[in-house]
Design a protein around this ligand. Structure first.
Ligand code: PMP
Length: 347
């Protein structure tokens, strides 16, 4: 009887093999074909499921992790969610060090996923023993059999994408991909995927999207870490104020920067034009394509694949909140809340 039941053994078997969907309207003014790799189809709703599973399984293969051991990381975002999810299924403790800037919603989410969350002061330097980096390091040295994921400085992060995202895209496009576009945070997604794709066809152009307020683009162009580039910005997961060793800068052909405001509006447009309710960096990635198009990167024969990293549900109180948009000063006479607000109260 049981042979007839078509079921996955557990939720982790749903990680990866995400769909590629043609974008039909949002980029219709730009020559070429544009395809979105929808990473929200992972069970943890983001691309970070891939690295969580891959890094943990590598540690198991090397005999570093045994059931009951501990996974440690510094994140309140997608990686924390994915690590906690994988830990549940595989029977690990998950310890996440976050800063007091993390929203209550995020901390509650991680807690509900069974993680132990250390909330560390945000306003201390990275080498202060109370900083979330130092707390994670200390816990790693104290807890025997623990693994510190350290995604910004872990080559396995890019390897996860080399082994999964890259081959999937090559297969899904039957090798016809001409351009690969991705946001860069740790750089794991763009570096690992691009390495695989360029091994298949060195002619594929790899285009990275960075944020205003981040050092990545300038470092790529000049080799200089310029702290004058650094200032606070809103988009989470894109860009960085340090140089992550998980990023292979040599494999990226060009970076472009996108703004908080344009990326937020583009994420909203993506919902209304394509029916894709996705996260802030998905808006940033599409905005990046629009900027690259101004530099004539694409023509009618281009087959462009863009990674859209996560789902919109994590941004309800941010880019999908009119109040938040208003507070950021993102509405003006051209683009105002009424474009998307269609609520009528029936009395
Ligand atoms: N988008 C989101 C929402 C993210 O959380 C991240 C990860 N920081 C990225 C994009 C960038 O991916 P990567 O870290 O692989 O460069």
């Amino acid at each position: 009887m049981s042979e007839c039941i078509k079921a996955y053994d557990n939720v982790l078997q749903l990680i990866g093999s995400t769909p590629l969907v043609k974008l039909n309207r949002i980029l219709e003014d730009i020559p070429g074909n544009f395809y979105a790799k929808l990473e929200c189809f992972n069970p943890g709703h983001s691309t970070k499921d891939r690295i969580a599973l891959y890094i943990i399984e590598e540690a198991e293969r090397k005999g570093i992790l045994k059931p009951g051991d501990t996974i440690i990381e510094t994140t309140s975002g997608n990686t924390g969610f994915s690590l906690a999810m994988v830990s549940i299924i595989k029977g690990y403790e998950c310890v996440l060090a976050v800063t007091s800037k993390s929203s209550k919603d995020k901390i509650d989410t991680l807690k509900n996923l069974g993680a132990k969350v250390y909330v560390c002061p945000a306003n201390v330097s990275a080498d202060d023993p109370r900083s979330y980096y130092q707390v994670a390091k200390r816990l790693h040295s104290e807890i025997k059999g623990s693994v510190y994921i350290n995604q910004y400085f872990n080559q396995l992060n890019a390897d996860a994408h080399y082994n999964t995202t890259g081959p999937e895209i090559w297969k899904q496009t039957s090798g016809k991909i001409t351009h690969f576009v991705a946001c860069s945070g740790t750089g794991g997604t763009i570096s690992g995927t691009a390495k695989y794709l360029k091994e298949q066809n060195p002619g594929i152009k790899v285009l990275g999207v960075d944020a205003y307020g981040s050092v990545l683009k300038k470092y790529h162009e000049t080799g200089e870490f310029d702290d004058k580039e650094i200032y606070p910005y809103r988009i989470e997961g894109l860009g960085k104020n340090l140089i992550p060793s998980a990023t292979n800068f040599d494999i990226i052909d060009q970076f472009i920067k996108v703004s908080d405001e344009e990326s937020a509006h583009t994420a909203r447009e993506l919902v209304l034009k394509e029916g894709l309710f996705l996260g802030y960096t998905s808006g940033a990635a599409i905005r990046g394509i629009q900027e690259f198009a101004k530099q004539n990167h694409f023509d009618a024969n281009s087959n462009v694949v863009v990674i859209l990293p996560d789902h919109g549900s994590r941004y309800l109180s941010k880019i999908f909140s009119d109040d938040w948009m208003e507070k950021q000063g993102f509405f003006d006479t051209k683009r105002n809340a009424s474009n998307t607000t269609k609520i009528q109260f029936v009395k």
